[in-house]
Design a binder for this molecule. Structure first.
Ligand code: ADP
Ligand code: MG
Length: 697
């Protein structure tokens, strides 16, 4: 029944069927029922004209239309009318269908109008309201919740605007009610007090009351999240229990010697815990797929180095892949330093590695020398052949796509262990959904002795004061970053901002007492490198830059980060930038500069930055502000085609769904038990519908 095509439904016909297919991809009855309303209008609420909010909103009013008039000619022609209730007047306006509207309006007869208000040059009006004579109003019939469906202009022209779709869906829902099958088992329904599926779907389209609708939505959200978790769980099972991995049997001399003799500091508790987790993973004989989340400066590098030593102790090669050349260079230098007295080779391979050196490295890799190779995308090229690649470490994970990771994966006969490191913490619930098939380690402790960065928000009007502060810090021997936003669409303008800023700084901090470096995306990469080097060697005191410095740069003597037009940055970017300072022993500062006018959302971002240094807390605020769709890495994920659930708001449901999914796979990993049959059946349906997800997440 649900698979039957809509074309056979009364009132559809070939034309409407065609446009439904074209515009919404809907062919069958089942698909129509899966086109959920995106909103409900509570038509029990009547607003008075006097109380209409001063922003554009949907409102319903009760009153009369007292006059109407036509104005303009040709394309500018419009019909306006005055709507009045006991508290005031509101202008209604139509640009289309004027003759028909004019004839259908009954002046001075009580009616209900509904629509979205519009504010133009401070004047409030309501374009194209729905008008219903009071005596016909659904209000009187008691059914006050109306579903709103997304539609398109093409659909609307065929009578399938939101109301048209509602009517059709109502009819199909009634016909199909008894054919909607359950996808969960009895136990889940009982334990989580979930509405049966058929009832829930009917409620979504024909809500009887707000309370019932909420129950229906909860049930369907649970289902959505539950099946994602079951799929991720099965993927993980396949990778760990069923996919053989390289085994690092022993913790050998390299690891031990380094740990006991060359490690320049004691590991933090969090670092120790994560190293232990990695050791357990790589020894089990299953394939490791682990994500390490840790704030900037939490000490991820040394954890990666220890993992690489484990690989080499077992005669495997390791590679560390990073997103930029500068970062590769810095990692190479610091890791070479750490491993200077170890009998292993550390090599750097990037796009600008000279040919002879490159040839030598490739030869050594092929020969199977014990080697940790650090590099950029250049590592993925086919010419790079490993003899025995056992561990792939990826830093700043979200900048690499799935394909690139897959390419590395294929460089070994047995898939190498994968360690992904990110300094962009992801809220726990989001990580569960995005990376539910990865194991997650968290380094939630900074090395001792760090002073929290003190963050301030200053308006442009206080720039002189900020300059004074910069001067003081430079006098103490410190260095300062001044960062400008760079947004691609307005690159020319942003570049001008940076130029102007540079000139203002040069006037205030003139040669020869002061030296300023400039780094931006329009420079050649060699020039950029030279400037960076001047700054990192302390030859310049101020670094004026665009966000190219966001990732990785390490200059411990820099103690001030000034972020210009800070209102234009997202939270995670602000946090990343701030992480460039606070790397030495000195007190560090982050100064967020903005104009006087700042939107409410930007204000929340700035206040959050001033309140906390905790990347996880910041990530959580970011998720609440922007929703999951805008968070880095989310969009590429197949897990994100959520229809109802909202990863920011439905965390409770997600936690329940995840727990239920894990328990299910624990007790019945292959879903062969008869009472799990509905679940197994629906999984097959889902995988048919969306295709298999990538093997690597
Ligand atoms: P991130 O997590 O941002 O990659 P890094 O690995 O670059 O952090 O470490 C930041 C700095 O902290 C480095 O200079 C590193 O040597 C130092 N560091 C790391 N772990 C410790 C520790 N346990 N104790 C003291 N310093 C540490
Ligand atoms: Mg790092």
């Amino acid at each position: 029944m649900l698979d039957k095509e809509l074309i056979y439904v009364k009132g559809v016909g070939p034309q409407r069927a065609e446009v439904l297919k074209e515009e919404l991809g809907i062919v069958t009855r089942g698909q129509l029922l899966a086109h959920y309303p995106f909103r409900y209008i509570d038509r029990s609420e009547i607003t008075h004209v006097r109380d209409i909010p001063a922003e554009e909103t949907w409102v319903q009013l009760s009153g009369t239309i007292v006059n109407m008039r036509e104005a303009g000619t040709g394309r500018a022609k419009r019909l306006t009318a005055t709507f009045r209730d006991e508290t005031g007047d509101l202008e209604l306006v139509w640009f289309k269908g004027i003759p028909w509207i004019r004839d259908s309006i009954k002046l001075l007869s009580p009616c209900i109008i509904y629509g979205k208000t519009n504010i133009f040059k401070g004047r409030l009006s309501m374009p194209h309201p729905e008008i219903e004579p009071l005596e016909h109003s659904r209000l009187l019939a008691g059914n006050t919740l109306r579903p709103v469906y997304s539609s398109t202009e093409k659909l609307a022209r065929k009578g399938l605007n939101s109301n048209g779709i509602a009517k059709l869906t109502r009819q199909v829902a009634e016909e199909c009610r008894s054919f909607i099958t359950e996808t969960l088992n009895e136990e889940l329904l009982r334990r989580f007090r979930l509405m049966p599926r058929s009832e829930a779907i009917i409620q979504l389209h024909l809500p009887s009351a707000m309370e019932e609708l909420e129950k229906a939505r909860r049930r369907m959200k649970f289902e959505e999240l539950f099946f994602i978790q079951v799929q991720l769980g099965r993927q993980k099972l396949a990778q760990t229990k069923e996919e053989r991995g390289v085994i690092f049997e022993k913790v050998g001399e390299l690891f031990h010697d380094f740990y006991s003799q060359h490690l320049p500091f004691e590991l933090t508790g969090a670092q120790k815990r994560v190293v232990k987790e990695i050791r357990a993973d790589v020894a089990r004989g299953y394939h490791m797929n682990r994500l390490i989340q840790g704030d900037v400066g939490s000490g991820k590098t040394v954890v990666a180095v220890l993992a690489a030593l484990l690989a080499m102790d077992n005669n495997y090669q390791a590679c560390l892949m990073v997103p930029t050349e500068i970062l590769a260079q810095q990692h190479f230098e610091s890791i070479s330093g750490l491993l200077a007295r170890m009998p292993i080779q550390v090599a750097l391979l990037t796009g600008s590695t000279p040919r002879p050196a490159r040839r030598e490295i490739l030869e050594a890799l092929k020969q199977g020398d014990r080697m940790l190779i650090i590099g950029t995308h250049a590592l993925i090229e086919p010419s790079v052949q490993f003899h025995n690649l056992g561990l792939v470490i990826i830093d700043e994970q979200h900048r690499f796509g799935v394909m690139q990771r897959a390419a590395l994966w294929q460089k070994a006969a047995v898939p190498p262990h994968i360690l992904v490191m990110t300094a962009t913490p992801i809220p726990r619930t989001l990580a569960m959904t995005l990376y539910g098939d990865l194991d997650i380690s968290v380094i939630d402790e900074l090395p001792p002795g760090r002073k929290p960065i003190s963050t301030m928000w200053r308006s442009d009007a206080r720039r002189l004061e900020v300059f004074g502060f910069i001067e003081e810090e430079i006098r103490k021997g410190r260095q300062v970053y001044v960062v400008y936003p760079l947004i691609e669409e307005s690159e020319a303008m942003d570049y001008k901002d940076l130029q102007d800023g540079f000139e203002a700084l040069s006037r205030r901090f003139p040669l020869p007492a002061y030296r300023i470096s400039v780094v931006h995306g329009r420079m050649k990469s060699e020039d950029r490198q030279v400037e960076m080097e001047h700054f990192s060697k302390g030859r310049t005191q101020i670094m004026v830059a665009t966000t190219v410095i966001e990732v990785g740069v390490n200059v411990p003597n820099a103690s001030v980060m000034v972020i210009e037009s800070a209102e234009r940055f997202g939270l995670s970017q602000l946090h990343q930038l701030r992480g460039r300072v606070g790397r030495g022993a000195e007190q560090s500062y982050c100064i967020l500069m903005t104009g006087n006018k700042v939107s409410a959302e930007a204000r929340t971002r700035l206040e959050t930055m001033c309140r906390t240094n905790d990347g996880f807390e910041i990530a959580e605020v970011d998720l609440q502000l922007r929703g999951p769709g805008d968070i880095a890495g989310v969009q590429q994920s197949g897990a994100m085609n959520l229809k109802l659930a909202d990863l920011a708001k439905d965390q409770q449901i997600l936690l329940a769904a995840r727990e239920a999914a894990l328990a299910l796979l624990d007790s019945d990993p292959h879903l062969t038990h008869p009472h799990n049959a509905p679940i197994a059946r629906y999984l097959i349906e889902l995988s048919k519908a969306r295709g298999d997800w990538s093997r690597i997440s």
